[in-house]
Design a protein around this ligand. Structure first.
Ligand SMILES: C[S@@+](CC[C@H](N)C(=O)[O-])C[C@H]1O[C@@H](n2cnc3c(N)ncnc32)[C@H](O)[C@@H]1O
Length: 219
């Protein structure tokens, strides 16, 4: 597992990762963590929990990793990886994650969140403890980002897409939908992510909150 520590990239051995996760009563993962602000700020507030931010862009992760080193916040990991590489990143470790966050995804992460491949969902399912949750906040629209939506070949984002396609795909992999709702700027005000502040909200870009739960009796 490649981990950003300040400005350095270091290899965390699988054995050492195992020792680390055993020290915590709860583990949460943020996929597409960006600059790592969400995991860093939560780690500071919640020292009992190990917060793991994953993003393919090493340079972005340095921002809050440097702060974590400087301020000795050690219950946070900044991992270089992608949603497509979760099995590689975590190896044989499974059933240890209480919550997965996917906040304002873009690119292939957005595609895999709205129209996910079975392999990706299997990996979420494998990582989560029974009753573990996935929290997603996403928004896009053809009028706000036409070339990206065409490139990713995304369907129009609305309740129908989420209820007819997205939620059934998760359900098929043992991830039951708890909530799907449209959210507005006010609802998101307390969310500590850098992109929340940067995104422009308007009626042309709907934003949705989705929550899934790993079924307790699923394999
Ligand atoms: C709009 S930013 C949001 C960052 C952060 N969640 C926030 O709210 O500030 C989207 C992030 O998704 C990451 N990303 C894109 N494709 C990804 C993939 N396949 N797996 C994991 N992360 C990905 C990007 O590198 C980028 O940091």
């Amino acid at each position: 597992m490649r981990v950003v520590q300040g400005n350095k990239l270091v290899e965390l051995l699988s054995l050492d990762f195992g020792k680390l996760i055993r020290k915590y009563s709860e583990i949460r993962i943020d996929i597409g963590a960006g600059d790592g602000g969400f995991v860093y700020k939560n780690a500071k507030n919640d020292p009992e929990i190990l917060w793991i931010g994953i993003d393919p862009v090493e340079k972005q992760l340095r921002k809050f990793s440097r702060k974590a080193v400087r301020n000795k916040v050690d219950n946070v990991l900044f991992v270089v990886g992608s949603v497509e590489m979760l099995d590689e990143v975590f190896g044989n470790y499974k059933d240890f994650v209480a919550k997965i966050y996917i906040l304002f995804p873009w690119g292939s992460l957005l595609k895999q969140t709205v129209q996910p491949d079975e392999e990706i969902l299997k990996n979420y399912h494998r990582l989560l403890i029974p009753g573990g949750k996935i929290e997603i906040i996403l928004g896009y629209s053809k009028s706000a980002e036409p070339s990206e939506i065409n490139r990713l070949d995304l369907d129009k984002l609305d309740q129908e897409l989420l209820k007819e396609k997205t939620i059934p795909a998760y359900k098929k992999s043992g991830l039951t939908s708890n909530k799907v709702e449209r959210v507005n700027k006010e609802n998101l005000r307390k969310l500590e992510t850098s992109w929340r502040k940067r995104l422009k909200y308007s009626d042309t870009r709907p934003v949705y909150y989705l929550e899934f739960e790993k079924e307790r009796d699923s394999e």
